[in-house]
Design a protein around this ligand. Structure first.
Ligand code: SF4
Length: 675
């Protein structure tokens, strides 16, 4: 059961799902990953909503969601549909329902899919704490089922699909009290609604398990996939809609979404995706397409590999985040592993990157001054001969002269090492690349050189699947004869996420599971910054969310300041290291009561110095308070022109005028930080 959500733990293999038709768009099965978005106009504004859907469709959106907060809004979906048809825009619509079952019944007559949230379909949220006896719980379930059944029957009759979309933070009090605001609670909540659908032989269902916390989202989707597999073993299951809610905007919104969605797609989970950004929804489409097309490429590359048949179990717990235990490694000016934070390294191993030490040091100082709130904790450069070893020392001095006291390590080709090779004195660790073609003698030489100099040795293993397994045996064997002061591992594989997962499991299986692991990623220089950022976020973020990785090392970067900035944002998005203010902001929808994009920008500029504080900016009081999950402070639209402020889940100021609310929020944060 533990890994039954995966078709194969060592390859990206797509989960087998049935096809659910959303109008003419098939979701699941062998269909491509479908791209979705949601309008943020007032649903009663037919023209504005239709304009936005037309733009979304032109940008590549394949399914568009529109909120239906009232019966009037639900009825207006008919006008929206008609107007779209009049313009020749052929795109299936989804009605988004919270708290209004009557609106859902009406919407199901006009749209191709209805999204319901099990946490609030038939329950009002009171945040009440109480114990339910089994009988009371069963009575509540029966009441909810009675409320829900008419919609199931209407959808079945109309050929309309349904999304059972659970959100972390908006579970019913009943589920929350029994299972907690947890991945398990999210899954149980969805399955209760599935039972009603299956009772009525209605199967056109798509699931989602969204959260703003990437760990919670990943765990919930995995758990649901495993539970569905248990219910119908070996059969094609229901498709999944993936998303990370309240991801925010700009780089952070893209990085958080890529980590959450991309990690699951690496597991082979996901049939349609929405990237929720606090920006114009049209901008979501290209980000979603980049994530989807990257994953489809991975699926097709891995399907060409056949079965790997590794006799190995993954070592991570897929349903809770536990950082892999590793021993501490203390180098002269850098420590990693154990309880040290996940470190950040930039690799300048290409020769042209640092041919002129003084100039490179100056360039780095200028680049790093643009991201003064975070620091580069290690630099890795390539050393291939005695001459470059001398230049290494000059580079170290040049960095010091520029005021950059950055630990410096060297990547040295195994073929260059012999017993006479003089490693530079300033070197923190020796990184050697181990290929399947490397001889045992060359590995022994690397050990002797590291022992002779008293430096840590990183084995950077380059290989796939079975090769990796052989390489690990070889280096562990060699290191037993001549134990270097410290041993670190990394892997360079076309399957970066699975390579890191395999490395951790192989080490664990050989009782060597406490060697620290460096996660390596080479920036994709496609000329599109977003593509590079998405690739890095997935390849580094997915193992980090599984608890694997003591340092991340980014290579192939052209702008060191930008790379450093992205590296720390990835660590924060993967919830491994918080170095900045955390923003949780909803993408806005037809319920939004203020200009969310502009307000978010204003609040960000006023609070960006508050390291580690989590600030939520939510468009409406109906869903906002529940969905801002674990925010420290909340800024929630509560009526036209007014905002309610929260400290945790407590209301601290009600209906503050919108123009005064950002200042009041700042005062509030100040008051609480003094306590
Ligand atoms: S929290 Fe934001 S996206 Fe969610 S329903 Fe409210 S306004 Fe819409």
């Amino acid at each position: 059961m533990k890994y039954s959500f995966l078709v194969d733990p060592w390859l990206t293999r797509r989960r087998v799902t049935r096809v659910v038709q959303v109008g003419d768009v098939g979701v699941g099965g062998d269909h491509p990953i479908r791209i979705q978005s949601m309008t943020n106009t007032d649903t009663m504004d037919t023209r504005g909503t239709v304009d936005q859907i037309e733009k979304l469709s032109a940008a590549g959106c394949e399914i568009a969601r529109v909120t239906a907060p009232s019966i009037r809004d639900a009825e207006n979906l008919r006008e929206i549909k008609k107007s779209l048809e009049g313009r020749g825009v052929d795109i299936p619509l989804v009605a988004d329902i919270h708290f209004t079952p009557n609106a859902a019944l009406i919407a199901a007559d006009f749209v191709e899919k209805v999204r319901i949230n099990p946490g609030n379909y038939a329950d009002k949220k009171k945040f009440e704490i109480r114990e339910y006896t089994d009988l009371e719980y069963a009575d509540e379930l029966a009441r909810v089922a009675d409320r829900f059944r008419p919609l199931v029957l209407r959808c079945k009759q109309n050929g309309v699909a349904m999304r059972i979309g659970t959100n972390h933070g908006s579970l019913s009090d009943r589920v929350m009290n029994r299972h907690g605001d947890s991945p398990l609670g999210m899954v149980e909540s969805a399955l209760e609604f599935l039972d009603v659908c299956e009772d009525e032989a209605f199967f056109d269902i798509i699931f989602s398990m969204k959260a703003s916390n990437s760990h919670v989202a990943i765990q919930a989707y995995r758990l649901l996939a495993a539970r569905l597999e248990e219910r119908s073993e070996g059969k094609a299951s229901y498709p999944f809609h993936l998303g990370v809610t309240e991801a925010g905007d700009a780089e952070d919104g893209r990085i958080k979404s890529a980590i959450g969605i991309g990690s699951l797609l690496e597991d082979g989970i996901g049939d349609t995706i929405r990237v929720s950004l606090t920006e114009n929804p049209v901008r979501e489409i290209s980000v979603a397409e980049k994530i989807a097309r990257r994953s489809e490429r991975r699926w097709s590359e891995d399907s060409a590999l056949g079965d790997l048949r590794l006799d190995l179990q993954p070592s991570m717990d897929p349903y809770s985040h536990v950082r892999r235990e590793s021993r501490a490694i203390r180098m002269p000016s850098l420590s990693l592993g154990d309880t040290h934070p996940v470190r950040v390294e930039l690799e300048l191993s290409r020769w042209e990157d640092w041919l002129v030490p003084d100039q490179t040091a100056r360039t780095l100082r200028a680049a790093f001054s643009s991201v003064a709130d975070v620091e580069c904790e290690s630099l890795l450069v390539g050393v291939a001969d005695e001459e470059s070893a001398t230049r290494f020392s000059a580079f170290h001095s040049a960095l010091e002269e520029e005021g950059l006291e950055i630990p410096l390590s060297a990547r040295v080709p195994l073929g260059c090492l012999d017993d006479a090779f003089e490693l530079p004195d300033e070197m923190e660790r020796l990184v050697v690349v181990v290929l399947p073609s490397c001889s045992r003698e060359s590995l022994e030489t690397a050990c002797r050189v590291a022992v002779g100099k008293g430096v840590a040795l990183e084995w950077c293993l380059v290989g796939e699947a079975a090769e990796l397994s052989v390489l690990i045996d070889q280096v562990l064997e060699v290191a037993k004869l001549q134990p270097p002061p410290s041993v670190i591992f990394s892997v360079e594989s076309k399957r970066a996420v699975h390579g890191a997962r395999q490395l951790a499991a192989e080490l664990e299986a050989r009782k060597a599971g406490d060697h620290p692991i460096v996660l390596r990623h080479t920036w994709t220089n496609s000329g599109d910054q977003e593509v590079g950022m998405i690739g890095a976020s997935i390849e580094l973020g997915a193992p980090l969310c599984d608890g694997i990785g003591d340092m991340i090392s980014l290579g192939g970067v052209s702008d060191a300041g930008n790379a450093l900035d992205i590296a720390y944002r990835i660590l924060q998005g993967a919830r491994l290291r918080t170095t900045r203010t955390e923003y949780i902001s909803c993408p806005s929808c037809g319920r939004t009561l203020f200009d969310l994009e502009e307000t978010t920008a204003r609040i960000k500029s006023a609070t960006s110095h508050l390291k580690g504080v989590k600030v939520a900016i939510m468009g409406c009081i109906v869903n906002g308070p529940g969905e801002m999950a674990d925010a420290d402070f909340g800024y929630v639209g509560s009526g036209p022109g007014v905002v309610t402020l929260y400290a945790g889940k407590d209301v601290v100021a009600r209906n503050v005028a919108e123009d005064q609310a950002p200042d009041r929020l700042l005062e509030l944060i100040g008051e609480y930080s003094e306590k």
